[in-house]
Design a binder for this molecule. Structure first.
Ligand SMILES: [Fe+2]
Length: 297
């Protein structure tokens, strides 16, 4: 027997990494090998006790069990640990000219209903009316007609439709828009409120145990896609929202924050079919064109 091939505290990571077979997919081998090394270093660093190991297994088990068709506790865990934002940030490096991305979040659980430009997505009309306008182009300045702008947001009370199926109308505050000939999009809604991430599960207990507040500043989610361009997952943040400086999922980027300007103009409000006064925000989106695939116009 070769003693150097036996598992010891000193050799643990090397032994496990070496057990990954030669024919393993190279990327899988790299990712899993690194994960094993970091995990073993972590266990040694904190000298994890048996009780802590059991608690960790129980916590992860509960996290999985808390997931269903309309709740994704694992994404939430990734979000509050900053992992989702780190992955986003790494994968969108060096794209200075394009709109910054941020987390997808756990609430893009259902398909947004296709809507016409200008439609009101606040189906119950509850909240402070607002108009959102913007234009989609690429980093070369080319307007992108026919781009799809998928939006979803919390209500003026801070809840997504899927959290309140008996209170909010079906698919409230969601819409899938298609940009016009100039890449423009606009829709009517209500100003979203900041909201706490769900705190009645294992992730909520983690936040409580570490004395963190559970809130995200007010925002509207956007998922923007256009043929020949890299899809963009981002938010439009409301500048004067509470928690804009302490988002529980670390999602705020300065370039994504907009003033929701107050407009007191009864005539314009009437033409738009909005209550007066209303708030208004403009958000241009710049996508990254994948080379050689751009459709010229
Ligand atoms: Fe959100």
């Amino acid at each position: 027997m070769d003693a150097s091939s036996l598992f010891t505290e000193e050799t643990s990571a090397d032994i496990v990494a070496a057990s990954l077979g030669e024919d393993t997919d190279p990327r899988l081998k790299r990712v899993l090998g690194s994960l094993v090394r970091h995990l073993h270093a972590f266990v040694k660093d904190v000298e994890l006790t048996n009780e802590e190991w059991e608690a960790a297994i129980g916590f992860l088990t509960e996290t999985g069990q808390a997931c269903d068709d309309v709740r994704q506790e694992f994404i939430l865990l990734s979000d509050v640990l900053g992992v989702s934002m780190l992955v986003e940030t790494i994968n969108n490096r060096a794209l200075d000219l394009t709109t910054e991305s941020t987390v997808l979040g756990p609430f893009h659980m259902v398909e947004s209903p296709p809507r016409q430009l200008g439609d009101l997505i606040a189906l119950d009309g509850k909240g402070e009316p607002c108009l959102i306008t913007g234009r989609v182009r690429n980093e070369k300045g080319t307007a992108l007609p026919g781009a799809r702008v998928d939006v979803w947001q919390a209500s003026s009370e801070g809840y997504y439709d899927v959290q309140q199926p008996d209170v909010q109308p079906h698919r409230n505050l969601r819409g899938l828009f298609t940009t016009d000939d100039d890449g423009g999009f606009w829709f009517r809604s209500v100003v979203p409120r900041y909201y706490p991430v769900p705190t009645d599960g294992p992730v909520g207990r983690l936040l409580e145990a570490t004395h963190r507040h559970p809130n995200r500043p007010a925002h509207i989610h956007l998922l923007v896609t256009a043929e020949g361009h890299r899809p963009l997952v981002t938010h439009l943040f409301v500048k004067d929202s509470p928690f804009i400086d302490s988002d529980v999922v670390f999602g705020v980027k300065e370039s994504l924050v907009r003033d929701f300007v107050s407009v007191d103009d009864p005539e314009r409000a009437r033409r738009l079919g909005l209550g007066n006064p209303f708030r208004s925000a403009h958000f241009d989106v710049v996508l990254h064109s994948e080379s050689g695939q751009e459709t010229p116009r």
